[in-house]
Design a protein around this ligand. Structure first.
Ligand SMILES: *Cc1c(COP(=O)(O)O)cnc(C)c1O
Length: 465
């Protein structure tokens, strides 16, 4: 299994290099040269299998044989033993043919833990295999990635983690999850700007070849292929539980950077019977607009009560464009250039049509989010967080075009993480609440920087010396 860049100007690379480099050297995103596949029998065998076994079967297909089964199993077993539910990502029935896939049972209560807990162990193994002295991870976060990364990498020798988050635009719980770990290898940096500014800063650091080498810079944003790989597992687990390969399933995914839903697309390409992938966005609805008229045009970011999806530039969308263009990297380069220079690009009718045959998009505004939280609690007795509520709202809207098959809405965060949208009657005092109460009283450690590459560079160099 080799990986190629969406921009076609970087050498093919093996899994380990892809894992450790994050972004390809030509600025593109890595994709497997060809998708592996699941046989019907294999999918059937997953129906009652433990999560870690399905994870091993999926991950093994993406990692070449230079990594032993034992190395992969150790990473996987370690990663998922940190989850507080034996099923790791349990399914919960909301209504007939409507399920929530709970992805928030990890240490920081968002779906980011599913990939990050595995990624940190893969990193440690890769560095050991290479006898490497160490790496510097710089990552932008809209709130949850940073917390998941800091908790996954804290205390790991030789790995320094710097998390950039938009100052004042994340929830207090999200902030405290990043500012309370006292380990000296993890650092939270509040950037004066939006998530897109943070992401742009990270991209600028990566584009600086000398800084990249000096710090052995690497990324764990969802542009890192290994995260997409780790996220394919729960689609397979859920579909198999609901009767795949005999019964096809529809998934609805609260979407920001297009990483999570792209993992669903990968599963479909690998033969998992998925009828439709529903893209659910909040008022930052660039993808909904693109589906309507084929024009990809980022606007200014709107702050919403579902902040982890307050994103306009959906980085992983580049992977889908590469696919829809028959893996033509020339077109991808062209579009990215137009986006940089003109602020938008237009997708022709043919790729738009193939995109619409797989995906459908919808959005939820603030009042629809609040309304959904309330009705889901009243009708189903289940409390959901605002991101999951976006998914439910859109999932119900789009179910009209496919109501025959089970629909699975990805529940991407625990409601305790977003206290502002909780209903008074649902503050339950479960495990997540207890752990969150703890961090509310701990001292915070953070740095504030302007959205300036130069200042960030100085900061990184000082801290990694
Ligand atoms: C990151 C995040 C999302 C968006 O996921 P993408 O992979 O960026 O599309 C949705 N909900 C929550 C709670 C998140 O943390």
């Amino acid at each position: 299994m080799k990986y190629i860049s969406t921009r076609g100007q970087a050498d093919a690379a093996d899994f380990e290099s892809v894992l450790l480099s994050g972004l390809a050297s030509d600025g593109g995103l890595y994709m497997p040269e060809a998708f592996p596949s699941f046989s019907a029998g294999e999918i059937k065998s997953f129906r009652n299998a433990p999560y870690a076994d399905v994870a091993f079967a999926c991950v093994r297909k993406f990692v070449d044989d230079s990594w032993s089964d034992g190395e992969l199993r150790d990473c996987i077993d370690g990663a998922y033993s940190t989850f507080d539910d034996a099923a790791v990502t349990p399914l919960r029935e909301l209504a007939q043919n409507e399920y929530l896939l709970e992805l928030f049972h990890g240490p920081t209560f968002s779906f980011k833990d599913v990939a990050m807990q595995l990624l940190s162990r893969l990193f440690a193994t890769a560095l050991r295999r290479r006898k490497s002295k160490g790496v510097t991870i710089v990552v932008a976060t809209s709130g949850d990635t940073g917390a998941a990364a800091m908790h996954a990498f804290r205390g790991m020798e030789g790995i320094n983690v710097f998390v950039l988050y938009p100052n004042g635009r994340i929830s207090e719980v999200q902030r405290r999850q990043m500012t309370t770990p006292q380990d000296s290898n993890v650092h939270a940096i509040a950037i004066d700007g939006s998530f897109d500014d943070c992401q742009a800063l990270v991209k600028q650091c990566f584009a600086d070849a000398s800084l990249r080498t000096q710090l052995s810079l690497t990324g764990v944003n969802s542009i890192n292929w290994a995260r997409i790989m780790a996220q394919t597992v729960y689609y397979v687990v859920a579909a198999a539980r609901l009767g795949a390969p005999d019964t096809p399933v529809r998934f609805c995914v609260p979407t920001g950077n297009f990483g999570n839903i792209f993992a669903g697309y990968v599963c479909k390409k690998m033969g998992l019977p998925i009828t439709r992938l529903n893209i659910a966005t909040n008022e930052n609805d660039i993808l909904v607009r693109t589906f309507r008229n084929g024009v990809y045009r980022p606007r200014k970011v709107i702050a919403t009560c579902a902040p982890s999806m307050d994103i306009q530039v959906a980085s992983n969308f580049e992977r889908l464009l590469f696919e829809l263009r028959g893996r033509n990297s020339h077109d991808v380069r062209d579009w990215m250039k137009q986006l940089r220079e003109a602020g938008d690009f237009t997708i022709p009718e043919l790729p738009m049509a193939s995109m619409r045959s797989i995906f459908e998009a919808g959005s939820a505004d603030q009042s629809q989010i609040f309304e959904t939280i309330k009705t889901v609690f009243e009708q189903c007795g289940v409390e959901v967080d605002p991101h999951t509520a976006v998914g439910i709202h859109v999932g119900r809207q789009l179910a009209k075009s496919d109501s025959k098959h089970p629909g699975v809405i990805l529940s991407t965060a625990h409601p305790a993480k977003f206290p502002d949208t909780r209903l008074a009657e649902t503050k339950k005092g479960d495990l997540a609440d207890e752990r969150i109460k703890d961090i509310m009283n701990q001292p915070e450690r953070l740095y504030e920087l302007p959205a300036s590459k130069k200042e960030l560079e100085t900061f990184l160099l000082e801290r990694t010396r």
